[in-house]
Design a protein. Structure first.
Length: 178
């Protein structure tokens, strides 16, 4: 409950603008409970980043499904999640510019993006094994291209208030891989 409240506030207001008092008020918890679970705001923020990552992967079940080998299914999951969040910012990507001054948070966020990229790479390997992606595609490079298309497309779709840029970015990236 504390982490979920903090995640909502930090996503909407930013990490720096979210105080622990804000989190306490939003989660209806006391300081002793917060400090029982978290050493400080950084510790809580790490938990928020991990929760957001889990939410991202939950919205893209194809990435965790070892039977899934369909890049189009993954694309549809991404677009569905983006639409359900009214074309908002990426739940994880929104923090990219906010962690620059804290090496612990920056490393945590980078590691989570690396895990996301690796999950996309595994999907690409499965797709290639099933003949649904070109066999000469390097999963590491291609997964970076797909994640970059997703992040850039999400940002532009947020700015334009619709799915067009994200759809075109993902479709273009996938077309080069199949």
């Amino acid at each position: 409950m504390i982490v979920a409240a903090a995640a909502g506030l930090m996503h909407d207001q930013g990490i720096a603008a979210t105080s622990l008092d804000d989190v306490l008020a939003a989660s209806a918890t006391g300081k002793s409970q917060l400090y029982h679970y978290f050493q400080d705001k950084r510790d809580l923020t790490v938990a928020v980043l991990r929760l957001q990552f889990d939410r991202v992967l939950a919205a893209q079940p194809c990435l965790r499904d070892e039977q899934c080998h369909d890049l189009t299914q993954w694309r549809d999951e991404v677009l569905r999640a983006h639409r359900e969040h009214h074309f908002g910012n990426c739940p994880l990507g929104v923090f990219a510019g906010q962690v620059d001054r804290d090496p612990v948070l920056r490393e945590e966020l980078a590691a989570l993006f690396d895990q996301w990229q690796q999950a996309i790479g595994e999907l690409l390997r499965r797709a290639a094994d099933q003949g649904r992606a070109r066999p000469d595609v390097d999963p590491a490079d291609a997964s970076l291209a797909l994640l970059s298309a997703l992040q850039g497309g999400t940002l532009l779709s947020h700015l334009h208030g619709g799915p067009g840029p994200l759809t075109r970015a993902l479709d273009g990236a996938i077309a080069h891989l199949t």
